[in-house]
Ligand binder design. Structure first.
Ligand SMILES: *Cc1c(COP(=O)(O)O)cnc(C)c1O
Length: 529
């Protein structure tokens, strides 16, 4: 399918208009009733003496309380804090309006490559809010939270099955912390064998930034290896740097270019032969769920990003889950507590085991991991049931459909089939004097969240698109048409892109000044005015 395939033409602002049928919106108009185009700071709304609703104040002996005496120790302020004085409706409206300025997966297509912004089914929220889960106290004794422990145990079993690895810890709070915990296990493994000279970790140049960061944070030095012309890693390149000072290799598969590392078995073989362990960044498991198991192709330890692959809202940096699965060799070092199941008189009994693992690297997170994220993940997994491979099939199909349609206009960085995401470069529009940033900003005018840009670092002007399995053909077609229109604009009226976004609450920011002279306090802002 090429341009003009019988679909309506997409124009800037189109998908912003969804839901306001027949109301033509011009740039600068209100997005929807009640949402102002400008929203002042809450401090600017402040008026002396404004208050919210409080329970009948007169009935309380508040005057009998002397806060200064109660606090003691000179902790009481001399001057009241400079808090805004606003009425309750003003506060509610202020934050509600701001929330509607935010772009979200519930509002539209969010093709942010590498981040897996799939739709998060609302049933996940229903289960995570069940009182038996939401109101548990982490110090509750095991016998009072058997259901929660059973859920964690079952989730561990599913993750182990998907990973093809025998043991799991749900403790890490996100992918990056999983990397940290996994590398701690690798280090502890080598040390337990008296193999203390292994101080280096091999990381390909296409790796996510967290990989070298986690290695460095663990006290390893990082050996970078370049990927080849196909965007994958050569076993020979690993062989060239592999020696008895290497503790292991970190690899993402499919990698951050959205390409499956075909030589993964040979790469693992090289590392294992040299006495190292292979860590897999499993952020891209969305592409291979139920299709290929990392343990089967040689991986020793991996993390899942359950907030990506198994759906938890994560755009705001909220709680996540980065469980790790490990091989038999590494199991003794997993963080504690482990979840154990035994057969009791009335069926299975679950407990947290702190003491049975003397070689454990210890705890890496307060309590037992982000429990409610795991309730959501478990729910998502149960929704799909045995159709887990269907998740990957749709994610990969959507990305390839996008790649095929857009390759008429945009240059695919690494031609050939991709997995769950596709990376374009800037070579098809660079000559028009247009940058990847301009294309991304213009997409905002069409009502789409821009894709990931300038990542991976080894692609010039990268645009990385990940539609995920939850998007419909129609949503993808609309995005493709917006991208095609933008490409035509880049050629014929590049000034439109340079000035973009124009339909947004904020137009193009002066990013240089923002970085060089950031104004981070309200008082300073007021003085500057
Ligand atoms: C998202 C991501 C990470 C980091 O995961 P967090 O859960 O954000 O800490 C690491 N590697 C890859 C490839 C990712 O996409």
């Amino acid at each position: 399918m090429g341009k003009g395939s019988g679909q309506r033409e997409v124009k800037p602002g189109d998908s912003l208009r969804a839901g306001i049928e027949g109301a033509p919106i011009e740039p600068g108009d209100r997005m929807s009733p009640g949402i102002q185009f400008e929203e002042p700071l809450i401090f600017e709304r402040s008026r002396t003496g404004r208050r919210g609703f409080v329970l009948g104040q007169g009935d309380w002996d508040v005057d009998d309380v002397d806060p200064a005496a109660e606090l003691g120790g000179g902790l009481f302020r001399d001057e009241p804090a400079e808090l805004p004085e606003v009425s309750e409706p003003e506060v509610v409206r202020h934050f509600t309006r701001l929330s509607q300025w935010n772009y979200s997966i519930d509002a539209g297509f969010y093709p942010l490559g590498s981040c897996t912004m799939k739709y998060n089914p609302k049933i996940n929220e229903a289960t995570a809010r069940m009182a038996g889960f939401a109101q548990l106290h982490p110090y509750m004794p095991d016998q009072w939270c058997q259901g929660a422990l059973e859920l964690l145990w079952r989730l561990e079993r599913i993750l182990c099955e998907v990973a093809g690895l025998p043991a799991c810890s749900l403790q890490p709070a996100a992918g990056a912390q999983g990397e940290l915990a996994g590398l701690m296990c690798i280090r502890a493994y080598h040390q337990s064998r008296g193999d203390t000279q292994r101080t280096r970790i091999i990381v390909p140049d296409s790796a996510h930034g967290t990989n070298p960061a986690s290695a460095a944070f663990n006290g390893f030095s990082v050996v970078e290896v370049a990927s080849n012309a196909d965007g994958t890693l050569d076993p020979a390149a690993v062989e060239a740097v592999m020696d008895e000072t290497v503790a292991g290799l970190m690899i993402t598969n499919p990698n951050t270019l959205g390409i499956f590392e075909k030589e993964i078995e040979a790469i693992c073989e090289v590392v294992h032969r040299g006495g190292g362990k292979v860590y897999m960044d499993g952020a891209n498991m969305n592409a291979i769920l139920g299709k290929a198991r990392p343990g089967d192709f040689g991986i020793d330890v991996m993390h899942f990003n359950v907030h990506k692959t198994f759906s938890t809202p994560h755009g705001g940096g909220g709680p996540g889950g980065g469980p790790i699965c490990v091989s038999d060799d590494l199991e003794p070092f997993l963080p504690v507590p482990r979840i154990e199941r035994s057969e009791g008189e009335d069926g299975p009994v679950y407990r947290r085991d702190f003491d049975g693992h003397p070689q454990s690297v210890g705890k890496v997170k307060a309590f037992w991991g982000n429990f409610l994220v795991y309730v959501r993940a478990y729910t998502y997994l149960r929704e799909y049931g045995s159709d887990l491979p269907g998740i990957s099939e749709r994610a990969v199909l959507n990305a390839n459909y996008m790649r095929a349609r857009l390759s008429d206009t945009y240059n695919v960085a690494y031609p050939g089939r991709c997995m769950h995401e596709v990376v374009f470069d800037d070579s098809s529009f660079r000559d028009f004097g247009v940058s990847t940033m301009d294309v991304a900003k213009r997409l905002i005018d069409f009502g789409f969240h821009p894709p990931t840009i300038y990542f991976p670092l080894n692609v010039d002007g990268a645009l990385m698109v990940e539609p995920t399995e939850t998007e419909s053909l129609r949503a993808i077609d609309e995005f493709v048409e917006a991208m095609e229109t933008i490409h035509a604009e880049a050629e014929h009226s590049p000034q439109l892109l340079e000035a973009a976004p124009q339909n947004a609450f904020r137009n193009r920011l002066d990013e240089t000044t923002a970085a060089r002279r950031p104004i981070l306090t309200y008082r300073q802002l007021r003085e500057e005015r």
